[in-house]
Design a protein around this ligand. Structure first.
Ligand code: ADP
Length: 341
């Protein structure tokens, strides 16, 4: 098989249409950063290719926007095989998963995003598919029910999750490879910004790339989104010119501060400080007060704020740290009604 064959995308659309796809690395070698993960995946892919074996199942976890889908879409390209994409949230019953399993070509990749959202019945149906490449299908009901055993072509499952803690142990144990993606250091994000700017035919010096990287919450997806906004701003207001001051002004217009937090992140911090006296407070109380879902806070907001030690988790709930207080501006005039940045 040629390693240059484009993977066939069946099932759902490839995530992120248009420009997102234009910026997404197509090959593993184009991925910036995450060197340890990259090396291990390369070895596994290379070994499978050399032996003509099917690559073992891989579980990728980490906060949103760090490259789980990108790794999952690059791997079949390296293997020269096909890819199917499904989302755990859409696989409500075993019958929803069955078409993906029966369509899977020998050696192909099935990517299930948000795999922690698979209901237990679907998980259990999936175990023999992962282990022995077969599924047990029950036909009929009651005393007339019988189970038939359907063999599958061997395939590789790549699961992605933002919440590894919600994956059952039997499911987790069936992945021989488990990789965690962490937030990107500023230098790696700056490199992603430079490469994306080149793809968008945008002039970009190192200082500006660094400025955008520092304000992107360690997350490539945000770096790319912020870069696109700066491009719009610069086209509209600055005749296409970009420098660090222009980047700062454009991002401040979106409420993005000097460490990359947006208005929603700050509202979370402000809620803990103003409504709950700095905590400790439970996630549900914060979510109710902010009229949002606890999952949104746990997936999108908290991981980075915890990582920056602006908040901590205690057995009694979330608590603002001194650093969090300082970031909000503890002087009179700072805080929710006053000037923040
Ligand atoms: P996730 O699946 O973890 O939510 P994605 O794989 O969709 O994240 O990544 C979001 C975007 O960020 C991609 O479209 C890609 O452009 C960019 N990206 C992610 N990781 C990298 C990387 N290591 N190098 C370059 N770009 C990356």
């Amino acid at each position: 098989m040629s390693s240059h064959r484009e993977p066939t995308i069946r099932g759902e659309e490839e995530p992120g249409g248009g420009e997102d796809r234009a910026l997404r690395p197509q090959r593993l070698a184009e991925m910036v950063g995450q060197r340890a993960v990259y090396e291990r995946l390369m070895i596994a892919v290379d070994a499978a290719r050399k032996r003509g074996d099917v690559l073992g199942h891989i579980l990728l976890d980490g906060p949103p926007g760090l490259g789980k889908t990108t790794f999952a879409t690059c791997i079949p390209r390296e293997l020269g095989t096909t890819l199917q994409i499904a989302s755990g949230a859409a696989l409500a019953a075993p019958k929803d998963l069955l078409p993906y399993l029966s369509n899977a070509a020998a050696g192909s990749v099935l990517f299930i995003d948000e795999i922690h959202r698979l209901p237990i019945a679907v998980e259990e149906f999936h175990y023999p598919a992962m282990e022995d490449f077969r599924v047990d299908i029950t036909l009929g009901e009651g005393v007339a029910a019988r189970t038939i055993n359907m063999p599958l072509r061997p395939f590789t499952l790549i699961g992605a999750t933002t919440r590894p803690g919600l994956i059952s142990k039997p499911m987790r144990d069936r992945f021989p490879m488990r990789e965690h993606l962490d937030y990107y250091p500023v230098e790696d994000l700056a490199e992603i910004v430079r490469r994306s700017a080149a793809k968008l035919s945008m002039p970009m010096d190192d200082d500006t790339a660094g400025e955008i990287a520092r304000r992107s919450r360690g997350t490539p997806r945000l770096a790319n989104n912020r870069l696109r906004w700066i491009r719009d701003y610069s086209t509209s207001r600055e005749s296409g010119r970009v420098d660090p001051a222009i980047a700062r002004t454009a991002l401040e217009m979106q409420g993005i501060d000097e460490i990359g937090l947006d208005g929603f992140d700050r509202r979370y911090l402000e809620t803990i400080r103003r409504v709950f006296g700095g905590g400790p407070v439970g996630i549900d109380a914060i979510a109710h007060t902010m009229s949002t879902a606890p999952d949104t806070l746990e997936d999108d907001v908290e991981p980075y704020l915890l990582r920056c030690e602006l908040v901590i988790r205690t057995p009694r709930g979330r608590r603002l740290t001194t650093r969090g207080e300082e970031h909000l501006g503890s002087l009179p005039g700072g805080g929710p009604q006053g000037r923040l940045f």
